[in-house]
Ligand binder design. Structure first.
Ligand SMILES: [Zn+2]
Length: 254
């Protein structure tokens, strides 16, 4: 895989953000396949507002955001209200995040975040633009990368090393069950996946997950049965093939 951008494409542009757009989009079109089915991607062209790429085979949509130099903890995105509307109507696209070295015009990291990992909790409202700004009062949003579990950040390229296609397709399919979950349950499942990852072990015990009760209580202050809820979510994750029960009170991520 060629990690460098085709600079010849930028010759007819002067505006820096336009140049970045042209270079990153053409790189994605050439190098990135659909993580859902493995087929090639097409560019929507003409600034379709909902997404930048689509897969003609499985109909998944993808929006591309890119960032220079470091990955950062937040990704700046568009209007806050549009994002929340999309989440509520289930019309948000999947999300590609391209991180590149601006001096070398080279890709460092490329991630896809499946749309089912998007919840209102990972969307941060920015301050309205100042009255003196051209779009005074406009409110944008940030995507909080640190609030998304690692299983929701599927790497195509990590520190310039590319991942095998079969691994990417498998990483995509193993969390698809979240699409069938209602919003409230999905939030809980994602919270529990997040806690499991914090333990940083493939095999873990119920007691280790219970250590996160105070953390989960801050996220769900009205729930007085957090431990019951944890066990229930672990059962759902087992039924969906995300983990297995080994012995009583012991689990293993598949
Ligand atoms: Zn596809």
């Amino acid at each position: 895989m060629d990690l460098t951008f085709d600079l010849s494409l930028s010759a007819s542009y002067e505006n820096k953000s336009q140049i970045a757009r042209v270079l990153t989009e053409s790189w994605v079109e050439k190098n990135i396949f659909c993580p859902s089915c493995g087929d090639y991607l097409s560019n929507y062209k003409n600034n379709k507002p909902v997404a930048d790429f689509y897969c003609a085979s499985c109909k998944e949509d993808y929006e591309l955001k890119s960032k220079q130099n470091s990955m950062g903890k937040k990704i700046v995105d568009g209007a806050y209200s549009t994002m929340i509307d999309r989440l509520q109507s289930n019309q948000n696209p999947n999300f590609f995040f391209l991180n590149y070295d601006v001096k070398k015009f080279q890709v460092n990291n490329f991630i896809v975040i499946p749309k089912h990992f998007f919840t209102a909790e990972i969307i941060e409202k920015r301050k309205p633009l100042a009255p003196t700004a051209r779009r005074a009062g406009w409110v944008g949003c940030n995507i909080l990368m640190s609030q998304i579990p690692e299983s929701g950040k599927i790497y195509f390229i990590k520190n310039q090393q590319h991942e095998d296609k079969s691994v990417i397709l498998n990483n995509w399919s193993r969390t698809l069950f979240l699409r069938d979950s209602k919003t409230a349950q999905k939030g809980w499942l994602i919270d529990i996946m997040f806690c499991i990852e914090r333990i940083s072990k493939k095999a873990f015990s119920l007691q280790e997950i219970y250590a996160f009760v105070p953390y989960l209580k801050t996220k769900h202050p009205d729930n007085n049965f957090i431990e019951d809820k944890i066990r229930q979510q672990l059962q759902v994750l087992r039924d969906k093939g995300y983990l297995k029960f080994t012995t009583r009170g012991n689990y293993e991520v598949i």
